[in-house]
Write a new protein. Structure first.
Length: 528
């Protein structure tokens, strides 16, 4: 196994927990606790992302090296690794939950390659001081979903954490999938996640809630220094690491607001629903993080949520993600306000969230609909389309991939029939859609852009292939039989989500009827 260059700044520069025994507790005055992954029975590599491996300087041979597979399964450390779990809190479903922390994610350290720094994290590697009453493990189905989706999101151009590997542990894990008193044994698995930083809003919130203001300042200083170094270079401020200035903190929070806005606008563009936007699942560097009961919109519906735990309140449904992003940023602002003289700068930053979100969404919609520019009336035109899509049950992905090919001289909704889920939806809304299409065609024909140019622009904003919930479920059903072929197929397909690929037509299909209400396809629960 080649030598890897670890430089574990979080571990070295921030204060750690004095206790090193592994039992559940409140951890004060520290940002991390040392903890070893708990060994598993028989780690085996089910899949890996060769692009992430390459990004980390790992060859295909390295990935198959028994030392590496053991390390990715939590059975062995490679030289330079220093395992720890971090301490954070969070607002869950609108309520302050106190200390949460990495209950089943264990950092291995920070790998530096080509001047880039990556935190490596094993999700499902066993109990930590933050595991509370849970087992620190993850099951194959949820690990596979995180592995595939984070890679798919990356290739869609959505800011996200990445995944290096999916390792089966050979151990069984007990899960009550629907919290209905029917626990079952399932296969355990571990994903090695990779990101420049896994720091969450909740890291800052917990320190503020405990009045630990010196450590809050230190954590902000550390985060700006390590995770925002490129951004910092463009600022007119210098960083005092233990006492970052008010102006710098405000500028930094503005940057966080802008990144969050852009990330969520991307989610809306591609039809991604995170499902658990608790503040402990919000990345400080604006990445999509913690893939749990996420889902992809099939029939366009702003009220849809994949998360059964949220089926009543629909707090985290598709159409509310922008509002929730704002709410979460306000909670981060509350934490930062404990060390600032007033909230004026923070409020400006929140305004900036709205401005950047609106602009990013407009850019996305202009691209999705193939408009030349944004005109005042376009909002109304688009809203009418979304309203009809919702009421008629129209598939989001198929609608947009086919919209670019309608005949503008005599547009007819029949050309988009493939996107309708029911015959009834089609017949009931046929005339409404035709009226809309006539208006839409008129609007498009105002432009002098060539058809080919418009189609190319639309194709670059509208994914042809997304990780539909039923596709992930099919990959899971096979993987549970030890067959990773569909993971490989999907990984390859989703690397080029905007390009039509020969022989891959069936992956464009809308959700089949069997998947409409099937567990795993339209219904998922939290932490599995
Ligand atoms: P999540 O809903 O996955 O974001 O998790 C919320 C909190 O519960 C975090 O502190 C997690 O680390 C913790 N958690 C979730 N699942 C487990 C588990 N199986 N074992 C230990 N902690 C967990
Ligand atoms: Mg989480």
């Amino acid at each position: 196994m080649r030598t890897l260059n670890f430089d574990n700044r979080f571990y070295r520069e921030l204060p750690g927990d004095a206790i090193t025994d592994n039992y559940t507790r409140q951890v004060k005055d520290a940002l991390w606790s040392s903890v070893m992954p708990t060994p598993v029975k028989a780690p085996s590599l089910m899949a890996y992302s060769s692009d992430v491996a390459e990004m980390l300087g790992l060859s295909d041979a390295d990935m198959h090296d028994p030392d590496m597979v053991n390390a990715l399964g939590g059975n062995q450390l490679l030289p330079g690794m220093q395992p720890y779990a971090t301490c954070y809190g969070g607002h869950q479903f609108g309520n302050w939950a106190g200390q949460l922390g990495d209950g089943r994610a264990i950092y291995l350290g920070e790998l530096v390659h080509n001047n880039q720094r990556f935190e490596l994290q094993l999700k499902g590697a066993g109990e930590t001081p933050y595991s509370r009453r849970a087992d620190g493990r993850a099951v194959l189905r949820s690990s596979l979903r995180e592995f595939l989706c984070s890679e798919a999101m990356y290739y869609l151009g959505v800011p996200t954490t990445r995944a290096l590997s999916l390792v089966c542990t050979g151990d069984q894990v007990v899960r009550d999938m629907f919290y209905d008193g029917n626990p079952q044994m399932e296969q355990g698995a571990i994903v090695c996640r990779v990101a420049p930083s896994f720091t969450r809003f909740g890291h800052f919130e917990l320190l503020a809630s405990r009045g630990n203001l010196a450590l809050l300042k230190q954590m902000i200083g550390f985060t700006i220094d390590r995770d925002f170094s490129d951004w910092l270079q463009q600022q007119n401020h210098t960083l005092s690491k233990d006492e970052p200035s008010t102006a710098l903190i405000e500028a930094w929070f503005t940057e966080i607001c802008e990144r969050t806005a852009r990330m969520i606008a991307h989610w809306m563009r591609v039809g991604f629903v995170h499902g658990v936007m608790n503040t402990d699942n919000m990345s400080i560097i604006g990445l999509t993080i913690d893939y749990g009961p996420y889902g992809w919109v099939d029939n366009f519906d702003p009220g849809w949520t994949p998360n059964t735990t949220d089926a009543q309140g629909r707090r985290y449904c598709f159409g509310r993600q922008h509002d929730i992003g704002r709410w979460n940023l306000e909670r981060l602002a509350d934490a930062l306000s404990t060390i600032l003289p007033d909230a004026v700068g923070l409020n400006h930053a929140l305004d900036q969230y709205e401005t950047v979100y609106t602009q990013s969404l407009i850019d996305a919609l202009v691209g999705k609909f193939g408009l030349d520019t944004w005109q005042d009336d376009d909002g109304e035109l688009i809203n009418r389309c979304f309203e009809l899509m919702t009421r008629a049950e129209v598939d989001m992905t198929l609608f947009f991939t086919h919209l670019s090919h309608i005949n503008l001289a005599s547009p007819n909704i029949a050309d988009l029939k493939i996107a309708f889920y029911t015959e009834q939806g089609y017949t009931n809304f046929e005339s409404d859609f035709n009226a809309w299409l006539a208006q839409y065609a008129k609007r498009i024909l105002q432009s002098t852009e060539s058809i080919a140019a418009r189609q190319a622009r639309m194709a670059s904003h509208n994914p042809r292939y997304v990780l539909r919930n039923y596709l992930a479920q099919e990959a899971i059903d096979l993987a549970e039989q030890g067959d990773s072929s569909m993971i490989e197929t999907l990984l390859k397909l989703l690397k080029n989500p905007y390009t039509q690929q020969a022989g891959m037509e069936k992956f464009e299909d809308k959700r089949p009827d069997w998947a409409r209400h099937k567990a795993g396809c339209s219904m998922l629960s939290c932490s599995s």
